[in-house]
Design a binder for this molecule. Structure first.
Ligand SMILES: CCCCCCCCCC(=O)SCCNC(=O)CCNC(=O)[C@H](O)C(C)(C)COP(=O)(O)OP(=O)(O)OC[C@H]1O[C@@H](n2cnc3c(N)ncnc32)[C@H](O)[C@@H]1OP(=O)(O)O
Length: 215
């Protein structure tokens, strides 16, 4: 972990008055020391499923394995504030398997710099990344840039992506998000995604600072 956003810690039992919790229990321990490797295996599995043409026998075998693994997790469900998948700030994308596994290079009020390598799971068509994953990447990192700039929690009001050139798989890309201007509760955020010098996509987004208790 080189430069993760400075998210304050709060007790999981803190009331948040029905609103988006402004602080949450960050953790580098939940799920154990091998939780990152576990997430890595989950991500590799999703890549391999996307890429594979399994035999009928292998599909049946994997189906049984997956039923067994799902059954093991049933009794360990927890809320979003304490699940390591989303709060493990030492892991790519906070360990959140929903997100592309970006790595934060630098994050602060001036903006967020990160790297991302899209893989087979992120395939859109004909070898390029799906535009929805590009938007997801920008939504999360744009929201982070907004939150760090205003020191408050925001929600996305709009998110506009210009896809300037194809976004490749299996190549490390640089993503940057920064606050362009703040007008009251309105936080205008811009972003870029590059492969080397080549611009793949740009973001223009509006995030709204939530009022106390606002969900
Ligand atoms: C460190 C961890 C970082 C984690 C980052 C995670 C980022 C993830 C972010 C998300 O994905 S959030 C989920 C997607 N977004 C939503 O579900 C939001 C759904 N919409 C809402 O909840 C409300 O519409 C919203 C909070 C965005 C705004 O409602 P409000 O009642 O708080 O504000 P209001 O409608 O009064 O608008 C405030 C100002 O923004 C303006 N505005 C709102 N929506 C707009 C819009 N879409 N376009 C342009 N302007 C807009 C509005 O005109 C007004 O301008 P003025 O102050 O000048 O009058």
């Amino acid at each position: 972990m080189s430069a993760q956003p400075d998210v304050e810690s709060s007790s999981a039992s803190d009331a948040h008055e029905g609103g988006f919790r402004p602080t949450f229990d960050v953790s580098t321990e939940r799920g154990g020391p091998n939780y990152g490797k576990f997430v890595g295996q989950v991500r590799e599995f999703m890549d391999r499923v996307r890429a594979a043409l399994p035999s009928a026998e292998l599909t049946d075998e994997l189906l049984a394995d997956l039923k067994s693994m799902n059954a093991k997790l049933v009794d360990f469900e927890t809320d979003e504030w304490t699940s390591p998948s989303g709060t493990r700030i030492d892991l790519p994308a906070r360990g959140n398997i929903t997100l592309p596994p970006y790595d934060i290079v630098d994050a602060g009020p001036d903006g967020v710099d990160a790297t991302i390598t899209f893989t087979r799971f992120n395939l859109g068509g004909n070898g390029a990344a799906h535009g929805g994953f590009v938007a997801l990447l920008f939504d999360d990192l744009g929201g982070m840039a907004a939150a760090l700039n205003i020191e408050g929690i925001c929600r996305t009001a709009y998110l506009k992506i210009d896809y300037r050139s194809l976004t490749p798989l299996n190549s490390e890309l640089a993503v940057r998000c920064w606050v362009d201007r703040v007008e009251g509760r309105k936080v205008y955020v811009r972003g870029t995604l590059h492969e080397g010098d080549r611009l793949c996509a740009e973001m223009d987004a509006l995030f709204i600072k939530l009022k106390p208790g606002q969900p």
